[in-house]
Design a protein. Structure first.
Length: 383
């Protein structure tokens, strides 16, 4: 078992290993198990077997110290695996993050939690249901965990912050970055009354490969994962699979088989996930799990069905799709084809900022619809 770093030098050495290219969570664990400390690993690096160091590029010590200082200036802190404050549930998964950067109320890491995830292109009904369920769960001493993405994730956080504010957003960027940009205000509210969590370095920009890794943390922090509106090929189903691998409960909201956004959730129910219609259904699944977790009190049963639901957001219409899909994303899709197009040309054709275009491209990449080429060019897959 990995122990907490015993001083700042050991903490910095661990952070350096974590930020080194080619050292993932499992390799980190093996190195510390072999040599006892990160300082020993770095001091004896050239003595290690070739297979242990092949493909690894150690991080610059000065860059690690700058990250440490920048994290403190931002008001955040680093939590190392083995520390008492490190979430116990997350420490038990097979590839726990060696270090987390957190901003907000770390006490939420010790409370029983439910993850709510789903489509970025959620319907109005899906968002309304999600906000209601999240609001009721947060109001009965559960922490709502999600990923701050558009659609269902956003609705889950919105519902929770209208209750006592018990929500954790696990992000796929540095602690000082917000993706998508439209959730900047929501992220600030969560930092003030909930908790932001990431394993990415300070100032890290979003990239597609970081989202599956983020999803394992969402599942790992939770007693169970509720999936609302997920397509057959979606990150939400990845989270559900990871939850099953981690021994968590999986729940899903059923929907019309004619709507692509419901097919993944419906398939989960066919495969044995618990069918969920409201917060009472979630608590029927989660309450016994919370009671069995040593040291975590069972949340008191309250009048969930009489609790007022959070209001719909201004301008939201039930059944509507994502505004992004119908706006800039539609423009980007219209410009792209099978032939690679320079991102700069895409910026000019869409009359958008570079940041907006990169955000739209990342959305397409996460959906498996984008291919990147050399020279900062992109094309659609199967156009």
């Amino acid at each position: 078992m990995i122990q907490a770093p015993d001083d700042t030098a050991e903490a910095l050495a661990r952070l350096r290993l974590c930020r080194s290219d080619g050292i993932g969570p499992r390799a980190f664990g093996r190195l510390l198990f072999r040599l006892g400390s990160a300082r020993n690993v770095l001091e004896r690096w050239h003595e290690l077997p070739r297979e242990a160091t092949a493909g690894v590029r150690l991080a610059d010590p000065a860059a690690v110290e700058r990250e440490w200082a920048a994290t403190e200036r931002h008001g955040a802190r680093l939590l190392f695996l083995g520390e008492p404050a490190f979430p116990a549930a997350l420490a038990t998964i097979h590839d726990p993050p060696p270090v987390l950067t957190v901003l907000g109320d770390t006490a939420l890491l010790d409370m029983p939690a439910v993850a709510i995830v789903g489509s970025r292109h959620a319907s109005g009904n899906g968002r309304t249901l999600t906000r209601t369920v999240a609001h009721e769960l947060a109001g009965t001493n559960y922490t709502v965990v999600s990923g701050l993405a558009r659609g269902i994730d956003t609705a889950a956080h919105e519902g929770a912050v209208t209750a006592p504010g018990r929500t954790i957003a696990v992000i796929a960027t540095g602690i000082d970055q917000v993706y998508p940009e439209q959730n900047a205000e929501l992220a600030a509210r969560i930092a003030a009354c909930g908790l932001l969590v990431t394993e990415r370095p300070f100032s890290a920009e979003p990239r597609a490969a970081a989202f599956p890794a983020r999803n394992r943390i969402i599942a790992g922090l939770s007693l169970g994962v509720l999936v609302v509106e997920a397509a057959i090929r979606s990150g939400s189903l990845v989270t559900a699979r990871l939850a099953l691998e981690q021994g968590r409960e999986v729940m899903a909201v059923p929907g019309s088989p004619l709507d692509e956004r419901h097919r993944g959730a419906n398939q989960l129910i066919k495969d044995g996930a618990v069918l969920i219609e409201d917060a009472a259904d979630v608590r029927a699944v989660i309450d016994p799990l919370a009671m069995r977790r040593e040291g975590i009190p069972l949340p008191p049963r309250g009048p969930e069905r009489s609790r007022p639901s959070p209001p719909a957001l201004p301008g939201e219409v039930a059944g509507s799709g994502s505004p992004t899909e119908g706006g800039l994303l539609a423009q980007v899709l219209a410009c792209l084809g099978a032939e690679p197009l320079a991102v700069d040309d895409l910026v000019r054709q869409c009359q958008a900022t570079t940041a907006q275009i990169h955000e739209a491209l990342l959305e397409l990449e996460l959906e498996g619809r984008l291919e990147r080429h050399g020279g900062n060019r992109v094309s659609l897959l199967f156009a």
